[in-house]
Design a protein around this ligand. Structure first.
Ligand SMILES: Nc1ncnc2c1ncn2[C@@H]1O[C@H](COP(=O)(O)OP(=O)(O)OP(=O)(O)O)[C@@H](O)[C@H]1O
Ligand SMILES: [Mg+2]
Length: 268
């Protein structure tokens, strides 16, 4: 069976796309699932967090080449062990990303042909804009996870991301749906955060997941290039639990059921 392909996106920079991507990868690894992270951000933060020992081909090369299945050549081992592979990013992705020509937003989809059968989960870490790289992700993904912060702009930002998903659906990726809107960096003690979470839930209902708490351990684990599930602290454990929950949404049978229910409600 083909793995779900999950695009992790947000309109704003710095809200936690890479953190959610790495957290989901860590949760999948913890359950011994095979996971591939495709780093689509020229900043290459996910690549750095995965502790790669050597980098050969990158997403930049893959998109530039664009032949069906070429992504297989760029799959790289990571320091996270045998279940976790990556296609790394590099700075060059910024300017030589997607050559013009036919269907520039479908190059990633073509390049990944045949890859989904080898994994249980594929994660696409998007850059902080809805440019061509994110659009490539949205034409490739089977599910979208929207990351947001509990701030004044959260609802607006999430609405725009959900709209981008709808556009990709209308333009041909009919199976795509938003399975989760993830509030990140929340502090339960702050009444402002609780207010913003309620606001998000009132607009997006069941799509809003349990929040990912703000924990220093997340930054420490990322800095050390290790999965949050392998970091020993109470903060790491609470963050890991939040990512386990989220993994249930995106990769499990129950996650698919939610996706189907949401799709049905949206009248598709
Ligand atoms: N829940 C959290 N607790 C503590 N620190 C966090 C949390 N989420 C994110 N951070 C930190 O905030 C910074 C930005 O997070 P991250 O890189 O995941 O955002 P991003 O959306 O991928 O950013 P960009 O748009 O630049 O790609 C990082 O230093 C990360 O370690
Ligand atoms: Mg990022």
């Amino acid at each position: 069976m083909d793995a779900p392909i999950v695009a992790v996106l947000s309109l704003k920079g710095g809200v936690g796309k890479t953190t959610v991507t790495l957290g989901l990868a860590s949760a999948a690894r913890h359950e011994q699932r095979r996971v591939l992270i495709v780093d689509l951000d020229p900043q290459a933060n996910a690549t750095a967090g995965l502790d790669l020992s050597a980098i050969g081909y990158t997403t930049s090369d893959v998109l530039y080449d664009g032949r069906p299945g070429v992504a297989l050549d760029a799959i790289t081992l990571t320091g996270w062990g045998p279940h976790v592979d990556a296609i790394p990013a590099e700075r060059a992705l910024e300017h030589r990303a997607v050559p013009s020509g036919t269907d520039p937003v479908r190059r990633l989809q073509r390049a990944l042909q045949g890859v989904a059968t080898r994994y249980d989960l594929i994660l696409l870490d998007c850059p902080p804009s809805l440019g061509e790289l994110t659009r490539n992700a949205l034409f490739t993904a089977t599910q979208a996870v929207v990351v947001t912060e509990p701030s004044y702009f959260a609802v607006q930002g999430a609405e725009q991301a959900v709209e981008a998903v709808s556009v990709a659906r209308r333009e041909g990726n009919r199976g795509l749906s938003v399975v989760a809107i993830v509030p990140n960096r929340t502090r339960a003690a702050l009444s402002e955060h609780r207010y913003r979470l309620d606001e998000l839930r009132s607009v997006f209902g069941v799509k809003v997941t349990e929040p990912i708490p703000e924990r220093t351990a997340i930054q420490q684990a990322q800095g050390a290039g290790v999965p949050i599930h392998a970091w020993k602290s109470s903060g790491a454990r609470s963050a890991a639990r939040a990512f386990d929950d989220l993994l249930g949404r995106v990769a499990d049978v129950s996650g698919r059921a939610i996706a189907e229910e949401l799709a049905a409600r949206e009248g598709r």
